[in-house]
Design a protein around this ligand. Structure first.
Ligand code: S3P
Length: 280
């Protein structure tokens, strides 16, 4: 038994080294992602992948079968590309937060200001389904709306991902519906699509902004400051769990002021934030 324990300890030690080496490899892959982003190059390079595979299979012949080497490296490529996509997507901005915190208006402002593409999730849902969000709630209920919301979010994800794949240089600003982060799977997806900014506001500000509107089904029969505060309270922990990259209180602030604050904070963290790459 002592022997087995010793052998296992040896494996544990080796795994530790393996993790260290994997970490170094992934770091290099991320540096390559930054280089490719700055030079408008696509992540996926079929020729390079083939070269690596052929080279490793030839040089390390014997230890593993060619099929096993192929499996091993394909897994490494897959993980590496996923990290690279995420890294490149950080320049996109995802706006989340309660109804009436300015996600749509600020998103539009930022897109204008930076020449980025603005996608409003609710507007996309309405475009695709041909009816308003309020009508979907009324005719099919909230559960059905959430399913449509997740499906449309998935489509937006595919769109952003395929742009990165093609080395398309445009940046995206995505304004989400207030409840789109209720589903943790949506949150996981959003994290891979860009940097997340959580817009907050006091119940009073939200009430004042939404007082004259009638397109929020969740507030339809209870539009008062008290019910807004209550729903906001219920949602607080949901937004907190997202662990946004930035939180901005929009109470009593203009769209422009909020937009500029976001730009300042984000570009301090990322020098190339939302700026298109130079052409190669
Ligand atoms: C909702 C927010 C709305 C819209 C729907 C549900 C919510 O979007 O998606 O009415 O659950 O908070 P806005 O936050 O853009 O108002």
């Amino acid at each position: 038994m002592k022997k087995l324990e010793m052998l296992r300890q040896g494996i544990n030690d080796l795994d530790e080294r393996l993790v260290g080496i994997l970490e170094e490899r992934m770091k290099l892959a991320l540096e390559i992602a930054d280089f490719k982003q700055q030079n408008g190059m696509a992540i996926y390079d079929a020729k390079r992948e083939q070269e690596i595979l052929r080279d490793r299979m030839e040089r390390y012949e014997g230890l593993l079968s060619p099929k096993q080497w192929a499996e091993f490296f394909e897994m490494i490529f897959r993980i590496s590309k996923a990290l690279q996509y995420e890294r490149m997507a950080r320049k996109n901005l995802i706006l989340i937060g309660f109804m009436g915190t300015g996600k749509t208006s600020v998103g539009r402002y930022l897109a204008d200001r930076k020449g980025a593409v603005h996608i409003d999730l609710d507007a996309r849902i309405e475009e695709e389904s041909g009816v308003s969000v309020a009508e979907i709630f009324e005719q099919q209920g909230e559960r059905a709306f959430r399913q449509i919301e997740t499906q449309v979010l998935q489509e937006v994800y595919e769109q952003i991902r395929s742009d990165i794949e093609k080395a398309d240089r445009k940046g995206y600003i995505l304004s989400c519906g207030g409840g789109s982060v209720l589903d943790p799977a949506n949150v996981d997806l959003l994290r891979t699509m860009g940097s997340i900014v959580w817009l907050t506001a006091s119940p009073k500000s939200v009430y004042e902004r939404l007082a004259s509107t009638s397109d929020r089904p969740l507030l339809r029969h209870r539009k008062s400051m008290e019910s807004i505060a209550k729903l906001m309270q219920q949602r607080e922990s949901v937004y907190e769990k997202v662990r946004a990259d930035l939180v901005i209180d929009t109470s009593d602030q203009s769209i422009e002021a909020v937009g500029e604050k976001i730009l300042k904070a984000m570009s301090e963290r990322m020098p190339h934030f939302l700026s298109p790459a130079q052409k190669k």
